[in-house]
Design a protein around this ligand. Structure first.
Ligand code: NAI
Length: 466
């Protein structure tokens, strides 16, 4: 039994970052986590392992399809899935141990086990070995994250052939034919990994486009580029069933009232994630989760019980690690009596396909719906010297600014290193910059970032190199 100023329940990006910040601010702090390792979905079965496999598969794809253009020839090129998986696991374990080191540095107590509320100041923690301890705190932060949505009635997960993103990170051999349900972030990223290693990949998407919430021009370009790489899309198509059949899986879907059948060996169901608040004992403190599992909070992240806060995937907003860690920091600062705050307009969103997709702020579709007048500057990477030197000329940068004030309202990039380029627009939006501010800033030559400057110039119809 120990008394803390604050206990974070959940050791993912929201929980471990928030706990470290609380420790920095001099609070006595603990973090309860039952997974056995810190880092949550992001580090253990999400962002990091998927990026490791995306990099390995991209290296192979580059060697196979692009190196010859650079005058590099391979007489024998092969890959080793087991080594790719081993490398991925090494990266994950190094990083999760790194967080334990940060906990020590910031004097955060790491409590291993599953936390359940006894009352609004006490949590009971059941450890892996079954032992039980109670811990008390003045405040609690719920940051228990999310889990994949399961289509239980039509495509229940079997952990082997009909799987979530978690298992798709561990296929021991390249599937001959992978069917992906959902052309969202996970579908396109994990679909890309196995496509590059030789799988036939068929994507079934209920909406009329890939990456539905993204800017329309980006979605259309993404689908075109993925198709060029060999990915097959069935849009406006709803999955009706996926079931084991012989050694493989039989998938049935419906498009325009017509049924279609696809035989494959693996199905990845990537139709979203849902907040995970099961087993927290919320009923013991009088907090009601919504039907979708999410928790309602006020602008200081307080639930209906004022000393119990919630951040990350369990509350509204995009389910992104960096949104969660910003909220973790903000809530730690608020609990410490400071003025923590998150600017939701400046949270970037990235898809790590190749080329990458990155966006921040509003899309054209959202601006139209809000009736805001805007100007657009759009420049293709084809016009950029560095992109040509890379041999990566697919895609464009699109900057959207307010028609009257020129303030940047959104930015959308599809192209090489979009995940890094977007940071310039995030900072610009944090500083309420205008498109002219970017247009008048010197960008090193030759760099991909020059496309950002050109797009900003194009907002005012004065691009100089296109
Ligand atoms: P998502 O919401 O991005 O995409 C799910 C897709 O499935 C949507 O396009 C939807 O229209 C479609 N869909 C839903 N039901 C369907 C059905 N019955 N048949 C056919 N299509 C259907 O969800 P996803 O890809 O599972 O990712 C989950 C979360 O994880 C997202 O919120 C994302 O932000 C986060 N994430 C972020 C990453 C990143 O930042 N790079 C990487 C991976 C995940």
């Amino acid at each position: 039994m120990a008394a803390f100023d604050v206990i974070f329940i959940g050791g993912g990006p929201a929980g471990y970052t928030g706990a470290n910040r609380a420790g920095q601010l001099g609070l006595s702090v603990a973090c309860v986590e039952f997974r056995g390792t810190l880092g949550g979905t992001c580090l253990n079965v999400g962002c990091i392992p998927s990026k490791a496999l995306l990099q390995s598969s991209e290296n192979f794809y580059h060697a196979k399809h692009k190196a010859a253009e650079h005058g590099i020839k391979f007489t024998k090129l092969e890959f080793d899935v087991a080594q790719m998986l081993k490398r991925k696991e090494g990266i994950v374990s190094g990083l999760t141990k790194g967080i334990e080191g940060l906990f020590k540095k910031n004097k955060v107590t790491y409590i291993k086990g599953k936390g359940t509320f006894v009352n609004a100041n006490t949590v009971k923690v059941v450890a892996m070995d079954g032992s039980i301890e109670e811990h008390t705190a003045k405040s609690f932060v719920l940051c228990t994250g999310s889990i994949p949505v399961e289509l239980r009635s039509i495509a229940p997960f079997d952990g082997k052939d009909i799987v979530s993103s978690t298992e798709s990170l561990c296929f021991e051999k390249v599937p001959d034919h992978l069917v992906v349900i959902g052309a969202g972030v996970i579908g396109l990223e994990m679909g890309s990994v196995w496509l590059r290693l030789g799988s036939k990949v068929t994507v079934i998407e209920a909406m009329d486009r890939a990456l539905p919430p993204m800017d329309g021009a980006v979605s259309a370009e993404m689908k075109k580029i993925m198709e060029k790489q060999g990915m097959l899309f069935h849009l406006n198509t709803k999955l009706t069933k996926a079931e084991k059949s012989g050694k493989g899986v039989k998938v049935t879907a419906e498009k325009d009232g017509q049924a279609m059948t696809i035989d494959c060996d693996k199905v990845l169901v990537a139709v979203g994630r849902r907040a995970y608040t099961d087993g927290l004992g919320l009923e013991n403190v009088g907090i009601a989760a919504r039907r979708d599992g999410k928790l309602d909070v006020n602008k200081h992240y307080q639930t209906s019980v004022p000393n119990i806060y919630a951040v990350g995937d369990v509350i509204d907003g995009p389910m992104l690690a960096h949104k969660a860690d910003e909220e973790g920091v903000a809530v730690a600062e608020l609990i410490a009596g400071k003025s923590g705050h998150v600017n939701y307009m400046a949270i970037p969103n990235v898809v790590y396909t190749w080329p990458e997709v990155a966006s921040v702020g509003l899309t054209e579709e959202e601006l139209k719906a809000k009736g805001i007048e805007y100007k657009v500057g759009k420049i293709p990477f084809m016009a950029n010297g560095r992109a040509r030197a890379f041999g990566e000329t697919d895609g464009f940068v699109k900057i959207i600014a307010d028609a009257k004030t020129d303030r940047i309202l959104g930015g959308h990039i599809i192209g090489p290193n979009a995940s890094e380029l977007i940071a310039e627009l995030v900072i610009a939006m944090e500083f309420s910059a205008s498109a002219e501010d970017i247009a008048r800033s010197s960008h090193a030559h030759p760099t991909l970032a020059e496309v950002m400057k050109e797009a900003a110039l194009a907002v005012d119809k004065r691009a100089l190199n296109f």
